[in-house]
Design a protein around this ligand. Structure first.
Ligand code: ADP
Ligand code: MG
Length: 250
């Protein structure tokens, strides 16, 4: 579903991603862990067209992200083509980013109506089903300010799902939550994984990575230091940098 080949990203002279190689299979829960500043968010942002890579190749579902290759040369895609690629990717951020002036159901139906031109009644019905799926059927008419952080984050997940993505990106989705609200969000993500969604999850929740993850990479300083089965990497890390990081977070 995702393939990165020597992906590099710099901001000016600062190299943030220094040749990322990885592969995410369809239906897999792929966890990314690593210290702050290691490039985890930047990598997700490159997948979702929020940043452009400077070198290497990045593919989603077999298609080059942001570029077209012709005669060995790369050409940037047009805005419309980028928008079409982005539509298939859902992203959930640390901060929930809901529209504050819209109710839960309005938040979830917004993109299908605006972007896909789905009729409002149909979009509203589907949004209700998605809110039910994340356990919030009774909160559909609440505004974000009337919801807890965990509930807001579940609305954000439902909102991403409303576009029927083939890939979901999660960037520390529980880091901004009070501890007692983390579980309800992880449970929704776990259910999504069990339904077969392909997910890339940047997280510090090692319990989730161990229990739900199919693969895990440890990133540090813009490179993948170590990768493998989450149980193996978390129990028996091979590299000093991984050991040091895990000794701080576990
Ligand atoms: P992580 O998510 O692992 O904490 P990030 O991908 O957010 O790391 O950031 C990696 C590095 O890139 C950091 O040193 C950060 O300061 C730098 N960085 C991120 N975004 C920008 C930007 N827009 N301009 C300049 N530097 C940036
Ligand atoms: Mg980050």
């Amino acid at each position: 579903m995702v393939k990165a080949e020597r992906v590099c990203k710099s901001y000016g002279s600062v190299e943030v991603l220094k040749g990322i190689d990885l592969e995410v299979n369809s239906g897999e829960v792929f966890c990314i862990v690593g210290p702050s500043g290691s490039g985890k968010s930047t990598f997700l942002r490159c997948i979702n067209h929020l940043e452009k890579i400077n070198a290497g190749r990045l593919y989603v579902d077999g298609t080059l992200v942001g570029y077209r290759e012709k005669g060995g040369k790369l050409y940037e895609l047009r805005d419309r083509e980028v928008a079409a690629q982005r539509r298939d990717i859902g992203m959930v951020f640390q901060r929930f980013n809901l529209f504050p002036h819209m109710t839960a159901v309005e938040n979830v139906m917004e993109a299908p109506v605006q972007v896909k031109r789905v009729p409002k009644a149909e979009a509203r019905k589907r949004a209700g089903e998605l809110l039910d799926r994340v356990g919030l059927a009774d909160k559909r008419d609440n505004y974000p300010a009337q919801l807890s952080g965990g509930q807001q984050q579940r609305v954000a997940i439902a909102r991403a799902l409303a576009m029927d993505p083939k890939l979901m990106l999660f960037d520390e989705p529980t880091s901004a939550l009070d501890p007692e609200l983390v579980g309800e969000v992880l449970d929704v993500m776990k259910a999504l994984a069990q339904d077969g969604m392909t997910m890339i999850v940047v997280t510090h929740e090692m319990g989730f990575a161990r229990e739900v993850g199919d693969s895990l990479v440890f990133m540090d300083g813009g490179v993948v230091v170590e990768s493998g089965n989450p149980r193996d990497v978390l129990t028996d890390p091979q590299h000093e940098r991984t050991k040091l990081f895990l000794s701080k977070v576990l």
